[in-house]
Design a protein around this ligand. Structure first.
Ligand code: SF4
Length: 196
């Protein structure tokens, strides 16, 4: 690994498809990622397992390590308490980013990583500066955490690249962000869509 430690960048992977763009993008910057699957925001154990399986398939294809954080939806509910009714992209999402990136900061500190980052910025629906703010805040409040690497992965057609790579690898691609609130919104959208 060109003299770098084995624990270079711990990449919070929101899902396999988004991370599929981040792994080569980080390598192009001379960094070597380890995937950290920590997504207690997901609305069910079944969805968690489906997305984890996709992330594992990506890790195997790219030859990277993957660390899976236990699914703990009660902790996520506590993190977003009082913000449940916020629209997608609002304050609930900021709390969600802070929770998952806090988990990544703690894991990066425990593992002696040089930096941590996230695949969340691949999505055109995620505001990158707000993700960065959550990452910086997680680094500051976590004892021993390394710096948060502010990588805006949606640049250079990152999202399109993630779609292409996920298709090529046959990875499961979800139709909603992840939590039960985003699932309800997606269910309502598909139910109300005109037939045909
Ligand atoms: S919509 Fe997505 S980012 Fe926002 S709270 Fe739900 S899972 Fe988290």
């Amino acid at each position: 690994m060109d003299g770098k430690t084995d624990n270079d960048v711990l990449l919070h992977a929101c899902c396999g498809p988004c991370a599929s763009h981040c792994v080569p993008a980080l390598r192009a910057l001379g960094r070597e990622p380890v995937l950290f699957f920590s997504n207690s925001n997901l609305d069910s154990r079944e969805e968690y397992d489906r997305r984890l399986a996709a992330a594992r398939a990506l890790a195997a294809a790219e030859g990277v390590r993957l660390v899976a954080d236990p699914y703990d939806p009660a902790a996520w509910e506590r993190a977003v308490a009082g913000f449940e009714g916020e629209p997608e992209g609002g304050a609930r999402c900021d709390r969600c980013f802070r929770h998952n990136l806090g988990r990544a900061a703690a894991a990066a500190a425990a593992g002696g990583f040089a930096a941590f980052s996230t695949s969340l910025t691949v999505s055109p629906h995620k505001n990158s500066p707000r993700v960065f703010a959550a990452g910086r805040e997680a680094a500051e409040r976590t004892p021993g955490a390394p710096p948060f690497l502010e990588a805006d992965f949606k640049k250079k057609d990152g999202f399109l690249d993630s779609v292409r790579r996920a298709r090529a690898l046959g990875l499961y691609r979800q139709s909603y962000c992840g939590c039960k609130y985003s699932k309800r919104r997606e269910d309502a959208r598909t139910r109300d869509a005109p037939a045909g």
